[in-house]
Design a protein around this ligand. Structure first.
Ligand code: PMP
Length: 404
């Protein structure tokens, strides 16, 4: 059992008032709030060991390097990667996916296929379209059903030896669907395709075991999992990271540079050109430690409770239309109220201190599938409460009264 009041005390932002009302923060799928431990760790880094890493013999540089590499190890343990060098620091999921899609062009010829799904975030669509434009590859899309679940029989039918990579999300940001990624990975591997999992939405809710999943790439954003913005992780299997060309060229990623030829550094440095977000990388480890101490099993169980409660409370509202009703869902509720534009609900509940996201959530094809302009999305974290869900339900009813 989680002590939610104790946990909430770690998050200073949650005790604020917004528009004169206690803040109810239900935009966790966009970015999570940060505990004091994370906020302190940022100040502590800059206040005590700030220096550039991997290059100085001086003490501060060594301390900063040690802290950065210790964080890489923390994340390696967290995702159960075989080697620490398979964990690349990135600026986030978008960066991680672009890094792979850019280099993967080497393995896609005209007529080859790149498979994504109908419920991808734009950042797991556009980089693959760019790859296809460069290579003559074809983008193939796994369809979904009315509940917002991938149609697995269609996926299996679409797979062939032409499929070079399958890139799907672990959890959908606009629908909350938890996808059967282990099955997808096994089937894709059976035809020789590589698999990238977009773990942006999974990272705050579960602990991915990349060896058990056997995925080739797994991309995460730190800011959705209590870490700083501009941080993230790309896991890549050693074999693939060795085969992929570097993404960016510059300092840190080289072994030797002459005007005639440059040789690249060993992993992970080959993919980490330039001075990275050192404080961010270190503090991402602090965030993972924080979540681990709370316990991912505890987080999942409590968020399921919030999800069930939220669905029950919101379904009492007349005209409620849930968007995304998959059997396996994370704590994300997307909805519309009949006859009302989602933006209007978002704007009115904001006046009552409640932060929800409205719009297409960077998944325009999902909105097109459901033939809607967007949704109101309430996404819950382990620091939210049932009382906050009550406040949302009341605010939505009030908005409905005002607008109809
Ligand atoms: N994929 C999914 C499923 C997401 O939810 C997001 C963020 N909304 C991203 C990718 C992109 O993450 P970031 O903006 O942190 O790079």
């Amino acid at each position: 059992m989680l002590d939610i009041q104790k946990i909430r005390a770690d998050f200073p932002i949650l005790s604020q008032k917004v528009n004169g009302k206690p803040l109810v923060y239900f935009d966790n799928a966009a970015t999570s709030q940060k505990p004091q431990q994370v906020i302190n760790a940022i100040g502590s880094y800059y206040g005590t060991i700030n220096a550039n890493i991997h290059r100085g013999v001086h003490t501060l540089s060594q301390l900063a390097t040690d802290a950065y590499e210790a964080s890489r190890k923390t994340i390696q343990t967290h995702i159960n990667a075989k080697h620490a060098f398979e964990v690349l620091f990135t600026a986030g999921t978008t960066h991680g996916i672009n890094l792979v899609a850019n280099g993967f062009a080497k393995f896609v010829k005209e007529g080859d296929e790149v498979m994504i799904s109908a419920m991808e975030h734009h950042s797991n669509i556009v980089p693959w379209q760019m790859l296809c434009e460069r290579t003559g590859g074809k983008l193939v899309v796994i369809p979904m059903n009315e509940k917002g679940e991938l149609i697995i029989e269609d996926f299996e039918r679409l797979l062939s030896e032409r499929t070079k990579i399958v890139a799907v999300n672990h959890i959908s940001n606009s629908l909350g669907t938890i996808n059967p990624v282990k099955h997808i990975i096994d089937k894709a591997h059976a035809v020789g395709a590589a698999v990238l999992i977009d773990g942006a939405q999974a990272a705050p809710h579960l602990r991915p075991d990349v060896q058990e999943l056997d995925c080739d790439f797994y991309a995460i954003s730190g800011h959705k999992a209590c870490g700083p913005t501009g941080t993230g992780i790309l896991y890549g299997k050693e074999e693939w990271l060795n085969k992929l060309p570097p993404y960016q060229g510059g300092g840190e990623m080289i072994k030797e540079v002459t005007f005639a030829k440059t040789t690249y550094a060993d992993l992970p440095h080959k993919f980490e050109a330039g001075t990275p977000h050192i404080a961010g990388g270190i503090v991402l480890g602090t965030a993972i430690d924080y979540l681990t101490a709370i316990g991912f099993d505890n987080i999942a169980a409590y968020e399921q409770e919030l999800l069930d409660y939220g669905v029950q409370k919101l379904s009492e509202i007349d005209g409620m239309q849930f968007v995304g009703t998959a059997a396996k869902k994370a704590s994300v509720i997307s909805f519309n109220i009949k006859g009302i534009h989602p933006y209007d609900i978002g704007a009115i509940v904001d006046k009552m201190g409640i932060a929800v996201r409205t719009g297409h959530h960077c998944t325009q094809p999902v909105m097109e599938f459901f033939k809607i302009p967007g949704t109101v999305r309430a996404s819950f974290a382990f620091y939210n409460t049932k009382e906050e869900i009550d406040a949302l339900a009341e605010a939505v009813k009030k908005a409905q009264r005002m607008l109809s």
